[in-house]
Design a protein around this ligand. Structure first.
Ligand code: DC
Length: 226
């Protein structure tokens, strides 16, 4: 089969990354986490002490950046000027900065070709905020994956705790609500459901149920396209 690609969009904490990664492994597709790419730009800006909301300052930084992506044992790794920053970009303080830099058109343009090239050269499940609406408008399947803010905060908190990052529920919920607000209301490529996307709400589903549902939707479309 040629050129089969799946675009998954949705708000933070909806389980896009963990579900998409597992479905990709199950179905033999390449998983691309585009949030990790925005996080790498956010990390670079923060390391230099820049105000991530300052478009001009962030724009000036872009030509200096060498953003690399690779796979190790099936895991996507991110490199910033040659350094593996895959762990560091997951720190909660980088999340808001990633959201800030992602609101700048200059950043989105800078990262567009990298994402499209990955989809041209591989059969991908790509997740993000604007994959079905902007990056891959012709994706064979578009999914809008969502869940209530409370369910997402609960899951995110457990994920962070498992990584040894101690935080409270309210703090995580506030962070999620702030990012939803910012990602959905920005001028450039805001998060929204593509008209032809299948909406999957996992509020009432556990991980395995969500995985089964998502995988079955993708498998069915792959069979139709084969
Ligand atoms: O998926 P994530 O939480 O790791 O993404 C971090 C931020 O990057 C998120 O708040 C919005 C932004 N982002 C985006 O604007 N477009 C994408 N395709 C992916 C992420």
């Amino acid at each position: 089969m040629k050129n089969f690609d799946v675009a998954i969009d949705g708000p933070s904490g909806a389980g896009k990354s963990s579900l998409a990664r597992r479905c990709a492994a199950e179905l033999g597709l390449l998983y691309v986490d585009t949030g990790a790419i925005y996080r790498t730009v956010g990390l670079a800006a923060r390391r230099l002490g820049l105000d991530c909301k300052d478009e001009q300052a962030v724009a000036a930084l872009l030509p200096e950046l060498e953003i690399g992506m690779g796979y190790e044992n099936g895991e996507q790794r991110m490199f910033l000027n040659g350094e593996d920053v895959s762990r560091e970009i997951r720190m909660p303080e980088i999340s808001m900065c990633a959201s800030d830099v992602s609101a700048h058109a200059v950043v989105r343009d800078f990262l567009m070709e990298m994402q499209r090239k990955l989809a041209r050269e591989n059969m991908v499940i790509m997740d993000g905020r604007d994959i079905g609406t902007v990056v891959l408008p012709d994706a064979k399947l578009k999914i809008y994956l969502t869940a209530s803010a409370e369910a997402r905060a609960e899951r995110r908190m457990k994920e962070l705790l498992a990584k040894g990052v101690e935080t409270g529920f309210d703090e995580v919920l506030q962070d999620i609500l702030r990012r939803d607000e910012q990602d959905m209301n920005r001028e450039v490529a805001p998060l929204r459901q593509a008209e032809d996307a299948v909406r999957v709400d996992t509020t009432e589903l556990d991980f395995d149920q969500s995985f089964e549902l998502l995988c079955s939707i993708i498998r069915q479309r792959m069979e139709e396209e084969a």
